[in-house]
Ligand binder design. Structure first.
Ligand SMILES: N[C@@H](CCC[C@H](N)C(=O)O)C(=O)O
Length: 297
């Protein structure tokens, strides 16, 4: 029997990105990859990301977050999930602790992020500094320090999809800028091929972005380990950074995703701020039977 049986969770979304929040503070429990897959496979707790809240690790932080994709893999960052965790730590009666009011500092395996509440259901996350040098985003071979990767796409065979920008926001992103509506691309077919392209030994989140104005971008994302999602906060951040570096926009933009809109600002001090909504759909407890056969990591 999994120790997660009957544990309470929150079902939320951030701009359409499906998030489950699980509070494991005060315990030594750790979610295995198999348990994460089992939770995501149950329609009651279906998620794009499972955000597991642990006791803080470093001084000056409020909590440590482990972030799981539907395939059980872990990520160093999740923008939309971070806003959901911040909401839970502020407002959920079972999770909020009086000392946690105001600004929160949350830690992941990729580093710290600071979160400010800017509205009842709206949060701004300081996502930290983007990493742009090729040796800081996992790539299989050394590449010249040019702004884009040259990819041999083979089976994709679409002359428009070439030379993505690569940006790490604590997780790896490859962004294809295109001049037509991202909806006209078959991202469900292209995404898995690119996610697993041998150039990305840790795989990558794949974005198709259209700059629609001086401060507006339309974006669709195939997420590493999760597939097509309605929104991806770190992809929106990475896309604005890449577009600004390519002089396609200024340093701030509203990013329209299928599930909602995020406002991104790449500040002069190099930090990327992401502002967006959260929505609480409900809560539940994990049915013990979903973990049958899910004990292996
Ligand atoms: N949806 C997230 C990103 C989640 C992690 C990603 N799939 C990865 O594996 O890096 C977001 O809002 O940033």
């Amino acid at each position: 029997m999994s120790p997660l049986a009957d544990r309470r969770f929150l079902k939320m979304h951030g701009a359409g990105n499906a998030i489950v929040v699980l509070d494991l503070r005060g315990t030594a429990l750790r979610v295995t990859a198999a348990e994460a897959r089992a939770i995501g496979a149950d329609p009651r707790s279906r998620f794009d990301q499972l955000m597991v809240v642990h006791d803080p690790v470093s001084p000056g932080t409020d909590a440590f977050m482990r972030i799981y994709n539907t395939d059980g893999s872990e990520s160093g960052a999740c923008g939309n999930g971070t806003r959901c965790v911040a909401y839970a730590l502020h407002d959920d009666p079972a999770m909020a602790r009086p000392a946690e009011g105001g600004r929160l500092t949350l830690e992941t395996k990729a580093g710290r992020v600071a979160v400010n509440r800017v509205g009842e259901l709206s949060f701004t996350v300081d996502m930290g500094q983007p990493r742009l040098k090729w040796d800081e985003i996992p790539l299989a071979e050394p590449f010249p320090d040019t702004r884009r990767i040259e990819l041999q796409l083979g089976p994709i065979d679409d002359p428009v999809l070439h030379s993505p920008a690569a940006v790490s926001m604590g997780n790896p992103h490859a962004i294809f800028f295109v001049e037509r509506d991202p909806d006209t691309f078959d991202l469900g077919r292209i995404g898995p091929l690119l996610e697993a392209h041998p150039i990305f030994p840790e795989r990558a989140n794949i974005s198709i972005a259209q700059v629609t104005g001086r401060d507006t971008i339309k974006l669709r994302v195939w997420e590493r380990g999760a597939g097509l999602t309605l929104a991806c906060g770190t992809a929106a951040c990475a896309t604005v950074v890449a577009a600004a570096r390519l002089r396609m926009i200024g340093r701030a933009a509203r990013v329209a995703l299928p599930g909602g809109e995020l406002s991104i600002e790449w500040r002069a001090d190099d930090h990327v701020l992401m502002t967006g909504p959260v929505f609480l759909e409900g809560e539940g407890t994990f049915a013990p039977e979903i973990f049958a056969g899910a004990s292996a990591g």
